[in-house]
Write a protein that binds this ligand. Structure first.
Ligand code: SF4
Length: 390
């Protein structure tokens, strides 16, 4: 039995997970599977069934969609016909706002003039390009399928089509990467003039081949100071190109912030479809089964494909609110946050705030608290430090 997706405030945001990848990168901890011929259709039908079962007959709390995000995995592995079918199926079940933003993550090797035209025709109007680096050696270390030439070609296709609403993903902290190599990547990324840049430090997650690679782990242990230099350099250079930081890892020109990102960070409800996708109805959050086989089985049996459901308690909600606010450059009114969750600022907390300010990790002008650029890299640790004892 599928519980209807009822939200505490209007939901306008849909995430659709497409797990297929040509090859699995050794650092990747997302829910992915190697693409194989004939695997798409059954999955796409399951996505539409999941949407239909979730929405049920009720329209309570549902506005038209103003953000649809195809993430992965590699959504650009889908054919244009498959994408059209999926978007048509979604639209039939959940009407779109006339100004809906429909984003698709794509990898450089899938981008050419013809594919862009097809994607635009299917309704996609925002692209997120998984570039990561403009240097072949670094791309090889990351186990990427594409090379630097393919990335340049993808960007030039975007430019020929005069696309404005696209994001470039750039990675730093790649094993062996030097500051001058990072500067070259950053320069080329900014010179390609995207209106949105996502900048991620490489993370080494348990269960990935990188986690079991002693060279990679040794590099990561030694690299934190260098990574700080990469990041601070990027914050400085993006600002000089008019890309404003609006979250730890995201920079955009005015009007080009990702709507789906903003919804998540604002604490708005969103529905996620597909294996491993997460959803939030304003009160509880849940994640779908990560195994595609089990996900498909559950949908076939019209059963909820859930892996877990959480209903955060007051302390957890306070922590999430603090964490999400500190990831944004504007930070938060610390006093108002405490009042909202019934917390008090004792002498220990005051001392912690003053110490963090002395280390230049936070800007603390009571009641306003925000992270400095240096502090952004330590956002999780600072959030835990500022949380009240359980
Ligand atoms: S292409 Fe992206 S999603 Fe796919 S394995 Fe590599 S990092 Fe993961």
């Amino acid at each position: 039995m599928f519980p209807a997706f009822l939200t505490s405030s209007p939901c306008t945001s849909l995430y659709v997970h497409i797990p297929f990848c040509r090859k699995i990168c050794p650092f990747c901890s997302f829910v992915v599977r190697r693409d194989r011929a004939g695997a798409h259709m059954e999955y796409l039908e399951a996505l539409l069934d999941e949407l239909e079962f979730s929405l049920g007959d009720s329209t309570h709390g549902r506005s038209s969609l103003d953000s649809v995000y195809f993430g992965g995995g590699t959504p650009s592995r889908l054919t244009v016909e498959e994408l059209k079918l999926l978007l048509k199926g979604i639209h039939k079940r959940w009407p779109f706002d006339p100004e809906v933003e429909i984003t698709m993550e794509c990898n450089p090797e899938d981008v050419n003039q013809e594919s862009i035209k097809g994607w635009l025709h299917s309704g996609i109007n925002r692209f997120s390009l998984g570039g990561q680096s403009f240097q072949d050696l670094l791309l090889k270390k990351l186990g990427r399928v594409h090379n630097a030439e393919q990335l340049r070609s993808a960007i030039s296709c975007f430019q020929k089509e005069k696309l404005e609403n696209w994001n470039l993903d750039l990675m730093f902290g790649i094993p062996g990467q030097t500051l001058s190599e990072f500067n070259l990547d950053l320069d080329e990324a900014l010179n390609s003039d995207p209106n949105h840049l996502s900048l991620y430090g490489l993370e080494v997650h348990p269960g990935t081949p990188y986690f079991h690679d002693s060279e990679v782990r040794k590099w990561k242990e030694r690299a934190s100071e260098l990574e700080q230099q990469f990041y601070l350099k990027a914050v400085e250079c993006t600002a000089s190109k008019g890309l404003q930081q609006y979250e730890i890892s995201n920079f955009a020109r005015t009007g080009f912030q990702s709507r789906s990102n903003l919804r998540v960070w604002d604490g708005s409800p969103y529905l996620g479809l597909g294996c491993g996708a997460h959803s939030f109805d304003g009160v509880q959050r849940w994640g779908n089964l990560k195994s595609m086989r089990r996900y498909l089985e559950k949908i076939r049996q019209k059963e909820v494909p859930r892996d877990f459901t959480e209903r955060p308690n007051l302390r957890q909600r306070a922590g999430e609110t603090l964490m999400l606010a500190l990831r944004r450059p504007e930070g938060l009114d610390f006093q108002a946050w405490q009042n909202r969750f019934g917390l008090t600022c004792n002498s220990v907390k005051k001392f912690q705030l003053e110490t963090l300010a002395e280390k230049k990790l936070i800007s603390w002008e009571p009641p306003n608290l925000r992270l400095t650029s240096k502090g952004m890299l330590l956002a999780d640790a600072i959030t835990s430090e500022l949380m009240p004892e359980p």
